[in-house]
Ligand binder design. Sequence first.
Ligand code: PGA
Length: 251
Amino acid sequence: MRKKIVAANWKMNKTFADGLQLIDEILNTTPVNNNVIKIIAPPFIHLAAIADKLKSKEGFAVAAQNCHHLKSGAFTGEVSAEMIASTGAEYVIIGHSERRMYFGETSSLLAQKVNITLANNLTPIFCLGEMIEDRNANLHLEKVKQQLKEGLFHLSPSDFSKLIIAYEPVWAIGTGVTATTHQAQGMHNFIRSEINKKYGKNISENTILLYGGSCNAENAKDLFACLDVDGGLVGGASLKANDFVAIANSF
Ligand code: PGA
């Protein structure tokens, strides 16, 4: 049985105080389904405090939204995987389309970030997904296959089996346009079949695949009911406690 996960990607939102308040609101919003792992990915400066707040709370974990690809050194303004691990965070989002688009992150850089994340016993949440032009040209499967291959398929089976993948069609992120269940399930099934070809049935059946892109309290139930969708990576709707908890309770 694959774990059910709902991850909150706060992006560059919430001051320190507002972030802590949102955590309190989430914890005070019941009922929370303890079988669903709720991962909070705040900005770096919140990590230690939120990890501390959630440390004894069943079903919660903390993620960073990014990390540097090297161990340490003269990289002003950067944050390493080791530092993230030292806060109590357990996951790192890698390869979000906003990182790929606005910060020029390439597949080979992302492969290095995956490696250093795993080397620090953190779980990568590796994002991939096609642009609208790819889908319109019917190249979406090809595009995602390439992202899988370049970002992840260098991993050994044992390392690959530790990570989480988030399919986020770029045209659905922050747009209010969600993939249909048919589109989401179709792509998730395709990703699983590519993993099967590379790593075999056991690993492909156990890989957690999240959907992201305008996931909200209204559409989460249908999306999460898809056979190959194991949860969501939620941006905008994760900034309100009621909405986030409702999404986590949608399984
Ligand atoms: P969204 O963002 O839910 O606001 O579309 C999702 C994401 O970018 O992870």
